[in-house]
Design a binder for this molecule. Structure first.
Ligand code: FAD
Length: 404
């Protein structure tokens, strides 16, 4: 008998169904409204918290599924419900990943519960690396953290941009430069706790898609934080900086370790949007009659659906592989995390566009959800590393050559 199986186990099936029910009954009916309002859907986040979907326990359980499929399964269902609301609920996990990837056990124990709050008083977390002049090129961060030894405090200055939950989060995990000469090896991650003076929200962006998810600038003006808010601690940072100054290896960079861990979960969201559009287009193609027959009876339409389904399944398999590899401690030797995000993101854009085509004019108007899914899908080729950057990672990994 073979050990290999793609069957989900009982626990996974149960969780998948539970999240699906919430996605279908709570998120889907609210999706249009919050897309139009372009505001954070607090009542839905609170509802998710009340049933335990938005909670530290739930995310910790999903994350600790030994197969590595826990989080991807949840994310696919949530994004199937609505990607914008899904990100409003689970954008916190980015901050959580930043904390888990770089914090000491004591820092994690102190801050993790504060990222979620309680069902009566929900909290959000944010993770911020991007700056106006440092998007794909993370090494050119301008925001600075300077140590004030006399007070054992760090003084933070700079502007972060495009930050999911930026300014409305209770816990911000921000990556800043402590030594600009060292490029990305001079970065460090900081926790900035609730209500810290010197941190404020800048402009909130009006977006093409995922409009229920809050995206804004975070501005730091002489923001003073205690020494203990440096993730990983000062001793570790000093040792790392000393190694970098001597030209020695320093291990994974703060921002990169967070993105590596989150890529399969992000890819899974793209799969969820694509699946939503595919299912809708399939039903529609069976119902809609032109020239006295269902439009699906034309190969031109049926073959589109065949290709959509094939690519969605392929994307999911890449996501599951990356999730499984990351969880079982396997190195992404060929950029497998990037492959999953790249392929799933581009699949979602392509599938949702084909779905619009299948619906014709009905695909193009806001009364139907398909145009929204297309708008939502596009972010998956941009954030968490653009498609070009994923290709860069994969091509460097497979060739061993520093492709430019
Ligand atoms: C809705 C939204 C939410 C976001 N949430 C967060 C968040 O929570 N936290 C956070 O830190 N960031 C967040 N981001 C930022 C996001 O990660 C960046 O937008 C992304 O990394 C791209 O950076 P950029 O926009 O500056 O584009 P640029 O880096 O300027 O890229 C512009 C174009 O040039 C291409 N390009 C750049 N360099 C190369 C190269 N070497 N080779 C080939 N092509 C290249 C890119 O692929 C892209 O097509 C978010 C962005 C959006 C829009």
């Amino acid at each position: 008998m073979s050990d290999f199986s793609l069957d989900l186990n009982e626990d996974q099936l149960q969780i998948q169904k539970w999240v699906h029910d919430f996605a279908e009954n709570v998120m889907r009916p609210a999706a249009h409204e919050w897309d139009e309002r372009e505001e954070t859907p607090w009542p839905i986040i609170e509802e998710a918290a009340k049933i335990g979907l938005y909670s530290l326990d739930f995310v910790a359980n999903a994350f600790s599924d030994p197969t590595g499929l826990g989080l991807p399964l949840v994310m696919e269902e949530v994004a199937w419900g609505d990607a914008g609301i899904g990100l409003a609920i689970f954008g916190t996990t980015l901050g959580v990943a930043g904390l888990m990837g770089n914090g000491t056990p004591e820092q994690i124990a102190e801050w993790l519960p504060q990222c979620f709050g309680t069902p009566d008083k929900v909290a959000l977390a944010a993770f911020g690396v991007s700056e106006p002049d440092a998007g794909s090129d993370v090494s050119s961060l301008r925001s600075r953290a300077v140590y004030d030894e006399a007070k054992d405090e760090w003084v933070l200055n700079g502007t972060k941009t495009w930050i999911t939950n930026g300014g409305i989060a209770d816990v911000h995990v921000l990556v800043l430069s402590v030594d600009p000469e060292l490029g990305s090896r001079g970065h460090a991650s900081f926790i900035i706790g609730p209500g810290t003076p010197g941190l404020r929200q800048g402009q909130k962006f009006k977006k093409m898609g995922i409009r229920a998810s809050h995206t804004a600038e975070v501005i730091l003006e002489d923001c003073r934080v205690p020494g203990s808010w440096l993730l990983g601690g000062k001793e570790k940072l000093d040792a790392r900086l000393a190694r970098a100054r001597e030209g020695k290896r320093t291990g994974t960079q703060a921002a990169m370790s967070t993105f590596e861990a989150s890529r399969p979960a992000v890819g899974a969201q793209a799969v969820g949007i694509a699946r939503a559009a595919y299912e809708y287009a399939l039903d529609y193609a069976k119902e809609r009659k032109q020239f006295k027959k269902a439009i699906i009876e034309n190969q031109a339409i049926a073959f589109k659906l065949a290709d959509m389904k094939t690519r969605i399944d392929a994307a999911r398999l890449l996501v599951w592989r990356a999730g499984w590899m990351a969880h079982s401690g396997k190195t992404f030797e060929n950029g497998e995390g990037s492959m999953s995000k790249l392929f799933a993101g581009e699949t979602a854009v392509w599938v949702t566009e084909e779905a619009i085509q299948i619906l014709g004019g009905y695909g193009y108007v806001r009364e139907y959800p398909v145009e929204r899914w297309h708008r939502d899908s596009k972010i998956y080729t941009i954030f968490e590393g653009t498609s070009e950057i994923q290709r860069l990672i994969i091509s460097r990994a497979i060739s061993g050559i520093h492709i430019q």
